[in-house]
Ligand binder design. Structure first.
Ligand SMILES: [Fe+2]
Length: 245
C-alpha cells in the first residue's frame, strides 16, 4: 500500500470549492466508499430511550405533529417549524447526561458492534452529534467533504437514523468520489451507514417529506491513526468484515 502523507497537501488545506480535486487528491481509496450494516434494536433500543427520556412521544418520526399539537394547545399560532426548532430539539438530546442510558448504550454499541467489525481499538467521541430535521425545514448541512473542516484524513463516519428515512428526510451521498451524483440513502431504524465522509461528498436537503428525521452521527478512527492509509484501511476492514458478518 502506498504510504500517504500525514498532513493534507496545501491545496486541500483550504476552502477549496473544487470537490473533484479534493476527491482526486485523497489518493488511494477503499474498495467501497460506504456500507450499510444491520443491528438488533432489541439489544440496542436507541429510539425507545429517546422516546422515554427525551421526547416523551410514541412515534419519533411524527414528532413534528406532536410539537404542533402541543403549541396549538398552548395557544401558539405557529403552523411551520423552523431551523431554530431543529436546533432546540437537537439540544434536548445533546444535553443528556454523560451517564444517561442513551449515551451509555451508544458506547456499548461502539464496543459490541463497531469495534468487532474492525478487530482493533478505536477512537471515537464520548457523545455523538445528534440531529433533528423537521419537515418543511432547510438542510441540516449542505453538500460537503468533512476534511475541509476537520483536516482529519484518518477518520470514517458513522450515521444512524432513529426512524425509517428516505428521500429528503435522509442523508444524501455521491455514489463515488468526485461524482457529485447525490442520491438519498434510504435507511431503516436498525441500520447504520458507515462511509468515507472525509472524501465522499454528502449532505442533506430541504425536508419536504412528512417525516421528522432524528439521527446521530460521529467520526471514528483506528487508535493512534494519523494517515489517509489508516482511514482507507479502516473502511476496508469494515466493508470486508460486514460482508462476512
Ligand atoms: Fe459531514
Amino acid at each position: 500500500m502506498i504510504a500517504l502523507a500525514t498532513h493534507l497537501p496545501e491545496d486541500i488545506d483550504c476552502n477549496c470549492n473544487n470537490r473533484r480535486l479534493v476527491a482526486e487528491q485523497g489518493g488511494a481509496v477503499p474498495a467501497l466508499p460506504f456500507v450499510v450494516i444491520d443491528y438488533d434494536t432489541q439489544q440496542f433500543p436507541f429510539a425507545y430511550l429517546l422516546s422515554r427520556d427525551v421526547f416523551k412521544v410514541a412515534q419519533l418520526n411524527n414528532l413534528h405533529n406532536y410539537v404542533k399539537a402541543h403549541r396549538q394547545h398552548l395557544g401558539v399560532k405557529l403552523d411551520q417549524l423552523s431551523v431554530k426548532d431543529n436546533l432546540l430539539f437537537r439540544e434536548m438530546m445533546q444535553s443528556l447526561a454523560d451517564n444517561s442510558p442513551f449515551f451509555q448504550l451508544y458506547r456499548y454499541f461502539m464496543t459490541k458492534v463497531i469495534t468487532p467489525l474492525v478487530g482493533q481499538s478505536l477512537s471515537y467521541s464520548a457523545h455523538p452529534k445528534m440531529r433533528v430535521h423537521f419537515p418543511g425545514t432547510t438542510s441540516v448541512s449542505s453538500f460537503h467533504h468533512d476534511i475541509i473542516v476537520t483536516k482529519r484524513i484518518d477518520q470514517v463516519n458513522l450515521w444512524m437514523p432513529m426512524v425509517d428515512l428516505s428521500e429528503t428526510a435522509t442523508l444524501w451521498l455521491e455514489s463515488d468520489y468526485g461524482k457529485e451524483d447525490y442520491q438519498p440513502i434510504a435507511l431503516k431504524y436498525g441500520q447504520a451507514l458507515i462511509f468515507d465522509g472525509g472524501f465522499l461528498g454528502h449532505g442533506s436537503k430541504f425536508n419536504d417529506t412528512d417525516t421528522t428525521r432524528i439521527s446521530f452521527d460521529l467520526r471514528f478512527s483506528l487508535k493512534g491513526a494519523k494517515t489517509r492509509s489508516d482511514g482507507v484501511n479502516l473502511m476496508d476492514l469494515i466493508v470486508n468484515n460486514s460482508k462476512i458478518g
